[in-house]
Design a protein around this ligand. Structure first.
Ligand code: SF4
Length: 407
């Protein structure tokens, strides 16, 4: 029997796949067969045909970053006139707008800004929780936690404990890219977190009782086998901790990135490759309950198709997006559109929490909410104002110190 044949049999029987099986399927199985296999796993795990989504807001508190990953079009170097830090009041306003459309949490991530010490995050989280006790903070991907650990000279578990005490509810799985150090070196992101360091933060978070998500950005310089290594490392940690709620994958968006403009990696992965990758993830990650569709990078139609390739969740209604948009792609769908896509594909839409607890039917069917036909941005164009509370926090960089003295 060929390797492909035995891999197909194992996948059809719902058995755990080996790396060899996964590679044979990823390389050689027809796309519709991968879809059928992944859909069978989705149906086993979610037999009620419910497809969930969350209403939250993707807020990037700063775009200043010392990591300088070459696939990133979002960051600005320290001292750049286009660098920003959001003020607490601006973040409260964003929370008010989120709550107005039925939102329940912020997905809060940002650059590695040397001029924001750990106390800034703690004060922000406490202020949010004091004003909005029920509102959730899904915040700070593993590389941001590592950055804070280095900046504060505290070990990662101590940083996590302090953030949790201040109000952190869960950790998003950003910054994973591909969890293989050869790839991370080429993407200039090994310094922000090695594969082991990324997984180490998640291990500590899970041990501290937090749930987190896991992600994969593919389509840069990695091989198919390295994508699989990424998936197998996630599966291994999930076997150990069970702390991941969901997996999300998206393709590299090349516009305005150093990797695209200076290193010639300009081809964007196709929708078919996305669907194949999603299906393989569903088959390999047999210990993950939830796979999200990445419609923000793929568009509504591929997002809808992903429900036939293993996804059982449409991710976030989003409201705001800055990172993907900076790299030339960001589709927008409000709750009405997401629900239409789910129902047209034959599923039942339900709102959920970050923990995948179902909250109810679409909010727009319960009460009137404003339509959102365009994603918001972190700030209005040209607004470079510095929040007044920043003077209370010690800056690390020369430029940051100078700016605070001028305030
Ligand atoms: S991906 Fe994140 S860490 Fe890397 S440069 Fe962009 S903002 Fe900084």
């Amino acid at each position: 029997m060929s390797t492909l044949q035995s891999a197909l049999e194992r996948a059809s029987a719902g058995e755990r796949l080996s790396r060899e099986d996964a590679l044979a399927l990823y390389t050689d199985a027809p796309t519709h067969v991968l879809g059928r296999l992944a859909d069978a796993v989705r149906a086993r795990k979610h037999p009620q045909r419910i497809v969930t989504y969350i209403i939250d807001r993707n807020v990037n508190y700063t775009n200043v970053c010392v990591a300088r990953c070459n696939f990133c079009a979002f960051y600005r170097p320290v001292g750049s006139s286009a660098g920003y830090v959001l003020g607490f009041e601006e973040i409260f306003r964003k929370i008010d707008e989120t709550i107005a459309v039925g939102g329940i949490q912020l997905l809060l991530q940002g650059g590695h800004n040397p001029d924001l010490p750990l106390t800034w995050y703690e004060d922000l989280f406490r202020a949010v929780k004091q004003r909005y006790p029920e509102f959730k903070l899904h915040a700070l991907s593993p590389p941001e936690v590592i950055h804070l650990s280095r900046l504060s000279q505290l070990p990662v578990p101590a940083v996590i404990d302090r953030l949790v005490a201040a109000g952190l509810d869960s950790i998003p799985g950003g910054g994973a890219e591909i969890l293989v150090d050869r790839v991370r070196t080429l993407l200039h992101c090994l310094g922000k977190a090695t594969a082991d360091e990324w997984l180490g933060v998640m291990r500590h978070a899970h041990r501290a009782g937090l749930r987190t998500t896991a992600t994969m950005m593919y389509g840069t310089v990695e091989t198919l086998d390295e994508r699989l290594e990424h998936l197998f490392r996630l599966r291994e940690l999930q076997d150990e901790t069970g702390g991941f709620t969901a997996f999300i994958t998206w393709s590299f968006q090349p516009d305005h990135t150093e990797l695209g403009e200076q290193h010639g990696v300009t081809a964007e992965a196709t929708g078919v490759e996305y669907l194949r990758t999603l299906a393989i993830a569903r088959l390999v990650l047999d210990n993950f309950d939830n796979l999200q569709s990445s419609w923000v990078t793929q568009g509504g139609k591929v997002g809808q198709l992903s429900l036939a390739f293993g996804a059982n969740d449409m991710g976030s209604v989003m409201i705001e997006e800055n990172v993907v948009r900076a790299a030339g792609a960001a589709y927008c769908m409000d709750e009405v559109e997401i629900v239409r896509n789910i129902e047209d594909a034959g599923f039942i839409p339900k709102r959920r929490t970050m923990h995948y607890d179902v909250l109810g039917d679409p909010i727009f069917r319960e009460r009137q909410v404003p339509r959102m036909l365009e994603l918001a941005t972190a700030r209005a164009d040209g607004d470079m104002s510095m929040p007044s509370e920043l003077v209370n926090y010690a800056a690390r960089s020369r430029e940051g110190k100078a700016a605070r003295h001028q305030q």
